[in-house]
Design a protein around this ligand. Structure first.
Ligand SMILES: Nc1ncnc2c1ncn2[C@@H]1O[C@H](COP(=O)(O)OP(=O)(O)OP(=O)(O)O)[C@@H](O)[C@H]1O
Length: 599
């Protein structure tokens, strides 16, 4: 019962009283269905096959009363017209309720989808760092699809319950003995079949698990196709796919076997019950025609409902794991919310006049371990100056940048912007003033123009070319057959690594940021293009704050300040020349090694 209540609560939270109105509609349909059924009685008695008069039971008294009604109104014609009218009304209602149910079903899925998408956009960076992207996609697409299908089953299930309850009341009124017998049989069978529901739920969990593994594996496959081909990993990938396909097949077969088994038991039980009951009625209680009719009517109408409820319960149980993972994603992303709203249109970029400060910053990726990615970091970036952050791989350079941009938050200490602490309140305005070019830049699978104007929709043609020129990308764009309107493929696959970097740099500059952050942004460039960008950056000096992470130390020769990080700590800070002259310093060491390599 728990899964049913859980599902009901989620649906009620979405649909509110509309859910009850629909349920009421279903009750009406059920009532009309019952009336239509009762109308068959006079029709049957007209045929002369059965006559209910003279039998002494509640059932036969009611039946004989109903049988007499049409006489007063004009006989068979009246009853048949009434029968048709009631059927029309019932079907009209049925249509209305079906449409409303579908509205609830798809509306519920749409509302979950919108809520979760918004929550995902508002969630902080740490939320994404902890999770596999493919898991989020799987929950957001496949699991949500299962929930939508499950909602339909759920509404049908509730309808079934209401129908059954009303029919039980009518049946009880007509014959308490037979109804009790049917209900008791159903009750004992349901105890026996609880195992089926439990197994369905376990199978549902497995479906979720397999779906997750499938999407994760396929995403890896296609992202890493170059590695797969160049390292001839096709056979092992095929083996993996065959094995997961087999698991999917087995799981579907197991589910069908389970479903058909429970239905099989119910149907066999039904045949036995009817046979036993008719035998007992005729031989022990000398049942008369009316009672036998009732046995048949009640069994044939009530029992399939009991069976249907069992089937729906199994299906709902199998959907619950999907619903839970959708709800979990919603709750977790909401708990990780960093932005209250993202009405970025009204938010003005922050104007930094003095500088940005990291004050006594400590940061760990895993707070359960004693490994600090940044330890006691104190550094000041004066406004409109160029700073470079250097250090060995894993020293904490990107971590420092992430903290500066408010993507991660210091465990101790703080980021001060003109002396004001970076918090949730000024985060969006702060981010609006930054343009960031990451190590692995992202481009959308569309044209160059759209990739650029995504950042600055109102940019003119002239501004686009100006930004491209700055990033030394104008020449290669001009050479493309469709220029700015050329499509660049998935993540910009049709461009070279250096071309991609230059395009992302152009995009960053188009925004005219007051802070430009470049994380290894020129690593894929040849010397000629790198020199062009260095010169362009030189022109920007004094106009905006520039923070550069660079492995190639030649690129930061003109920086006003160089910060050397080692194992999360700042070990040197100063001007390029000054640090280069500190013979025992790490910077000098790094410089020497690079010079040896280039020689
Ligand atoms: N998401 C993460 N979860 C756990 N540890 C992380 C994560 N990202 C980075 N680290 C660890 O934090 C430390 C600093 O990493 P960071 O990426 O800041 O180094 P980096 O100096 O930018 O290195 P590189 O020059 O290779 O990019 C490393 O030891 C790294 O293993």
């Amino acid at each position: 019962m728990k899964p049913v209540l859980f599902f009901f609560k989620q649906l009620y939270d979405y649909a509110g009283n509309k859910l009850y109105i629909n349920l009421l509609g279903m009750v009406l349909i059920s009532l009309l269905d019952g009336i239509g059924l009762l109308l068959l009685i006079p029709v049957i008695s007209y045929s002369g096959i059965v006559n209910f008069d003279g039998e002494n039971s509640t059932a036969s008294r009611v039946l004989s009363y109903i049988q007499q009604i049409p006489e007063a109104f004009g006989g068979l014609t009246f009853i048949l017209i009434l029968f048709v009218i009631i059927n029309i009304a019932q079907n009209l209602f049925q249509r209305y309720v079906t449409i409303e149910n579908v509205k609830i079903q798809h509306g519920f899925a749409r509302s979950l989808r919108l809520d979760i998408y918004k929550d995902l956009l508002q969630a902080n960076w740490a939320f994404y760092v902890k999770r596999r992207k493919s898991d989020i996609i799987n929950t957001f697409t496949a699991e949500l699809g299962r929930v939508s299908a499950g909602t339909n089953t759920f509404l049908q299930f509730i309808t079934s319950i209401i129908f059954t309850k009303i029919q039980v009341v009518i049946a009880f009124f007509l014959s308490p003995k037979i109804t009790m017998f049917v209900l008791l049989s159903g009750f004992f069978l349901s105890i026996f079949s609880r195992g089926f529901i439990k197994r369905s739920r376990l199978l549902g969990s497995r479906t979720s698990e397999i779906g997750q593994s499938l999407l994760a594996g396929i995403t890896d496959n296609f992202n890493g196709m170059k590695e797969i081909k160049s390292n001839t990993l096709e056979t092992s990938r095929m083996d993996w796919f065959q094995s997961i396909s087999q698991r999917m097949y087995d799981e579907q077969m197991e589910y069908t076997t389970l479903k058909t088994a429970s239905q099989f038991y119910y149907k066999i039980a039904s045949a036995f019950l009817i046979a036993i009951f008719i035998f007992l009625s005729v031989n022990l209680f000398n049942a008369q025609a009316a009672q036998l009719m009732l046995i048949i009517i009640i069994f044939t109408r009530l029992w399939p409902r009991v069976t249907g409820i069992q089937a729906s319960l199994e299906q709902i149980a199998a959907t619950i794991p999907a619903l839970k993972s959708v709800i979990n994603l919603k709750n977790e992303s909401r708990a990780a919310r960093e932005l209250e709203e993202f009405g970025t249109k009204n938010i003005k970029p922050m104007d930094i006049k003095l500088g940005i400060e990291c004050k006594n910053v400590f940061f760990r990726y895993n707070t359960k371990e004693n490994i600090y990615a940044l330890k006691e970091v104190n550094v000041y970036f004066p406004a409109n100056c160029m700073a470079a952050v250097v250090g060995k791989s894993g020293a904490g350079k990107s971590t420092l940048i992430d903290l500066l941009m408010g993507l991660n938050h210091p465990e101790k200490g703080g980021i001060l912007l003109d002396g004001t602490q970076l918090t949730k309140d000024n985060l969006q305005s702060w981010r609006r003033s930054i343009s960031y070019v990451p190590q692995d830049p992202f481009l959308f699978n569309t044209t160059i123009r759209e990739n650029l104007s995504l950042i600055q929709p109102e940019a003119t043609e002239e501004q686009l070319w100006e930004a491209l020129k700055f990033a030394a990308a104008d020449d290669f764009v001009k050479q493309l057959p469709k220029g700015l309107d050329s499509f660049i493929g998935d993540r910009g696959i049709r461009l070279s690594g250096g071309e991609r970097q230059r395009l992302v740099l152009a995009r960053a500059i188009l925004r005219k940021p007051s802070i430009l952050v470049l994380d290894e942004a020129t690593s894929a460039l040849d010397t000629e293009n790198e020199t062009k960008i260095q010169k362009a950056l030189e022109r920007l000096k004094g106009k905006m704050t520039i923070i550069i992470i660079a492995h190639r130390l030649s690129t930061i020769r003109n920086a006003d300040q160089v910060i050397v990080l080692n194992r999360g700590e700042i070990i040197q800070k100063g001007e390029f020349k000054q640090l280069a002259n500190e013979q025992r310093g790490m910077f000098n060491n790094l410089l020497k090694k690079q010079m040896e390599i280039s020689l």
